[in-house]
Design a protein around this ligand. Structure first.
Ligand code: ADP
Ligand code: MG
Length: 406
């Protein structure tokens, strides 16, 4: 069977943005019985390079994807916060003045958490009541950050409804606070920065030390290239424990090197620094973080020196090196991630790597646009041959961050 005929290799494109916003508006009207004041949205993201360095004040290079979360919303003359989603049966109806960490269960905590996180911008006199209908396209739990898309779309809606006067970075911080302090999940801030601050046709250079960012030209479509995302659908297992262990290893490394974070260890010769760490495992973890930060700098330098097309071989090699480091030194890959990457490379990708936290989730491959289908077919065949469940494929184009749709 040709890969194109295999249903497993269908590339799911995101629904067109204006049609999706209209759908969210209709869902709101059907659900609440009146028309919303507006529709706002925010995208999911992939990290192109710079993995497992955010918590060591490192550098990363995410981009927003075409899949977005939409929030149709209206202000009401009450203090009730009512929240619904087209993707869940669970609804929320709560006094907005009683929001506190622990007060909301399940997915609505990501939405309520944003209102709570923005409380210092809210004047005492006004009512806080609002109705919010969520309609998301970002696949949930695939490592493409549906949670940040949900929070950031909500933050845009709340800003507009309550005229709070927040700037984009305030909303990034509110979304992070919502996820960490209110929903009780851990996040480093990469997802929310990418979801709010990304520009169409660009990647986002992000310095995790101070969350400062700048757009970097990354116009794949104009150059006949594409980023193929493979959601391996491999079960995430032991993620929390392993994540905590990696963080602890990297903190131990910084301590051994006598620096506040591994970002500060950049200056000296790499081998000389690694030689100062006796523990073999901690040494390998350190090598990943230090070399990964350098890879982001090199990737950024290549993009600054010419087009993606001109440097496609060098950029691909950096993606490959990032994956190999995450597999061998940081040990956060699983067989399905390695298989997707190996198959993509063998099928002609310029470079491929896991993206996100690892232990499951997604991979990316930088491919010729007209080869995306055949690379996806090769990955699907490899998964089938190895007895893995069918993966899901997406084509990612660097998209615009959060904003108003209607
Ligand atoms: P990821 O951000 O990689 O998709 P997370 O576990 O961080 O994975 O976030 C997924 C969670 O976010 C879901 O389990 C759900 O609670 C919430 N979520 C995201 N999008 C939606 C949506 N459209 N409707 C309801 N809940 C959502
Ligand atoms: Mg998330």
């Amino acid at each position: 069977m040709s890969p194109a005929a295999d249903p497993a290799t269908v590339l799911s494109a995101a629904p067109e943005r204006s049609a999706a916003a209209e759908r969210a508006e209709t869902l709101f009207t059907e659900s609440f019985g009146y028309a919303p004041d507006g529709v706002w949205s925010a995208p999911g993201r992939v990290n192109i390079i710079g993995e497992h360095v955010d918590y060591q004040d490192g550098l990363c290079l995410p981009m927003a994807i075409s899949h977005r979360c939409f929030a149709a919303a209206a202000r009401t003359p009450t203090d009730r916060l009512r929240v619904r989603s087209a993707q869940s049966e669970v609804v929320l109806d709560i006094d907005a003045r009683e929001l506190a960490p622990g007060a909301v269960d399940g997915w609505p905590s990501y939405v309520a958490g944003v209102l709570w996180a923005l409380r210092s911008y809210i004047s005492g006199a006004s009512t806080l009541g609002m109705d919010i209908m969520i309609d998301g396209q970002v696949p949930l739990g695939a490592g493409l950050s549906s949670s940040a898309a949900l929070e950031c779309a909500t933050a845009e809606a709340i800003e507009a409804l309550l005229s709070l006067g927040t700037g984009p970075l305030d909303r990034v911080r509110a979304a992070i606070t919502a996820e960490t302090e209110f929903a009780g999940a851990s996040t480093g801030g990469l997802d929310q920065s990418a979801s709010v601050l990304s520009r169409e046709g660009h990647a986002l250079f992000l310095d995790c030390r101070d969350l400062s960012t700048r757009p970097v030209p990354w116009d794949l479509a104009a150059q006949g290239l594409a980023l193929l995302i493979t959601d391996t659908r491999a079960e995430h297992s032991h993620v929390d424990g392993e994540y905590t262990a990696r963080r602890a290893d990297s903190e131990r490394a910084a301590e051994l090197l006598g620096v506040p974070t591994l970002r500060d260890a950049g200056g000296e010769d790499l081998e000389a620094q690694l030689a100062r760490i006796d523990d073999e495992v901690v040494r390998r973890r350190t090598r990943h973080v230090l070399t990964e930060i350098r890879r982001v700098e090199e990737f950024d330098a290549l993009l600054g020196a010419g087009t993606v097309r001109e440097h496609v071989a060098g950029l691909g090699a950096l993606l490959d090196a990032s994956h190999d480091s995450l597999r061998d030194d940081y040990e956060v890959t699983v067989p399905a991630l390695d298989a997707a990457v190996d198959a993509a490379r063998a099928a002609g990708a310029h470079g491929a790597r896991m993206t996100g936290g690892g232990f499951g989730g997604s991979t990316i491959a930088l491919v010729e646009a007209d080869q995306a289908q055949s690379v996806a077919g090769a990955i699907a065949q490899e998964f089938s041959a190895r007895g893995f469940g069918a993966p899901e494929f997406f084509l990612a184009l660097p998209s615009e961050g959060a904003g108003q749709d209607r």
